[in-house]
Write a protein that binds this ligand. Sequence first.
Ligand SMILES: *Cc1c(COP(=O)(O)O)cnc(C)c1O
Length: 311
Amino acid sequence: MASRISLLSGATPIERAPRLAEALGIAADRFWIKRDDLIGLGGGGNKVRKLQYSLRRALDAHARALVTTGAPQSNHARLTAAAGARLGVDVVLVLTGAPAPITGNVLLDSLFGASIVWAEGEDAEARADDVTSQLERDGRQPFRIPFGGSDSHSAQGYTDAADEIIEQIGEFDQIVTAVGSGGTMAGLVSRLGPHSVVGVHCGAVDDPRSTVTGLLAGMPGAAVDPSSLRIDLDQVGEGYEHLTPAARQAMELFARTEGVVLDPTYTARAAAGLITGLADGTIGANERTVFLHSGGLPSVFAHEGVAGIRF
Ligand SMILES: *Cc1c(COP(=O)(O)O)cnc(C)c1O
């Protein structure tokens, strides 16, 4: 049996971005944006590729409810809700903190019919354990999907994505991606090797280097030395939920050169890492470079930092 279900309608587009490339100081024929934000399901984004693997396991286990955790504006939670709807499986989302406004991803979670449990003062993982046990007692056959949807199995979704890009444009030198729960970077590294992947830490985990190495350890292929991973640790700013000045500038640059919307939490930080890396030479401007657009559009409308900007 295939190890994944199909939630994609085909390869996502990969686009040139000549005005952006010029602004970045890269030759236009050496720069692409991989549009995983255009995945069709549930508003799109990178979590769908990982869910194709997790949900194969859930269906094999005859799950009747999916349980996962996230921040209030979690794209992973929203896409789990959408995938559950498509499969006809109930979804319970345990989100951190007190009930947040019904906007952005939270609004879509509800629209997709997911139940939301607010962890309030409690640890979301512990709260999700309780929710899962209760569903078990009720005979609902719950299946737990990890934080951010990342484990060594689901990360293969980005091994697939690396293959897909090579099919589209041939071999390339490097791909720049945001790092949240780490599965996206791990999957890319497992196919492309540590030297061809630049991760930009967004503050979702404490130690992204060990998170990504840990995921890779469970994947096929040679072990990866943590020190060989290229990770920019300098884009977190005041923390995960803050829009940094560099991320805001990156949002403006992508929007105003190419009409491409980045999200404030992940892709804007990844783009800020790209801009900084090109400026300080850690990202070579003469290399064939792909920027992974991993999604996140709904959070633009729910982010205090973005809403507060007077453009
Ligand atoms: C979750 C997310 C990421 C990070 O992916 P991980 O596999 O969790 O590291 C990047 N971009 C967006 C828009 C996301 O929602």
